[in-house]
Design a protein around this ligand. Structure first.
Ligand code: ZN
Length: 172
C-alpha cells in the first residue's frame, strides 16, 4: 500500500512539474512586491502569467494605513476576502457615462465583497493598522482601466495591460 502511494506521489509530482504548476507551495516562498505603489504588498498566489492558470487568479494583498487601490474597473468578476484590518469600499453604479454616484461600504476582518463586472470601485485602508485580503479574479490575466476620479467619463480611463505584477518575472 505504501509503495503504491509513493508511486502516486512521484507520478503526481512529475505531472505537476511537467505542466509548470506546483500543486503545493508555501506562501512564505512566494515573492511579494509593492510594484512601485506606496503602502502596497502584493503576492500573486496563483495566476495566469506565472503559474499557467486559465480561469481564475488569486492574490494576497496588504495595504498600509491610508493606502489603497486606484479607482478602477475591469471586465472580470472580483471577490475580496478580508483577513484583517478595516477600510472602505467605494463602488459606483454601473452603466452610466461616468462612474457618478458612489456607494460606500465599511469593510473589516471576515468581510467578503463581490464586485460586478465593469463596476468602478476603490478600496482604501481607513484604519491605523494593515488591511489585508485575498482577491480572486476571473478571466486572467487582468486588464485594468484606471480613473483619475469617480467624476471623469469612462472614455478617460487609462488602460493598464499587462498589469505591473504580470510584467515582472517571478521565480515561483
Ligand atoms: Zn478591482
Amino acid at each position: 500500500m505504501r509503495s503504491v502511494l509513493l508511486v502516486w506521489v512521484l507520478a503526481f509530482a512529475a505531472l505537476s512539474r511537467a505542466s509548470g504548476i506546483l500543486v503545493v507551495r508555501n506562501l512564505s516562498d512566494i515573492p511579494q512586491d509593492s510594484y512601485g505603489r506606496p503602502g502596497l504588498s502584493h503576492m500573486t498566489v496563483a495566476g495566469a502569467v506565472h503559474h499557467g492558470m486559465k480561469e481564475l487568479e488569486v492574490w494576497l494583498q496588504t495595504f498600509a494605513p491610508g493606502s489603497g487601490t486606484p479607482i478602477h474597473r475591469h471586465d472580470c468578476e472580483e471577490i475580496f476576502l478580508v483577513l484583517k484590518g478595516k477600510g472602505t469600499l467605494f463602488l459606483a453604479e454601473p452603466g452610466l457615462e461616468y462612474p457618478g454616484e458612489v456607494l460606500q461600504f465599511h469593510i473589516s476582518g471576515n468581510s467578503t465583497m463581490t464586485i460586478p463586472v465593469n463596476s468602478v470601485h476603490q478600496i482604501i485602508n481607513t484604519s491605523n493598522e494593515d488591511l489585508q485580503f485575498y482577491v480572486i479574479i476571473s478571466r486572467p490575466p487582468i486588464r485594468v482601466f484606471v480613473y483619475r476620479s469617480f467624476l471623469v467619463p469612462h472614455t478617460e480611463a487609462v488602460t493598464h495591460f499587462p498589469y505591473p505584477w504580470d510584467l515582472k518575472t517571478l521565480t515561483s
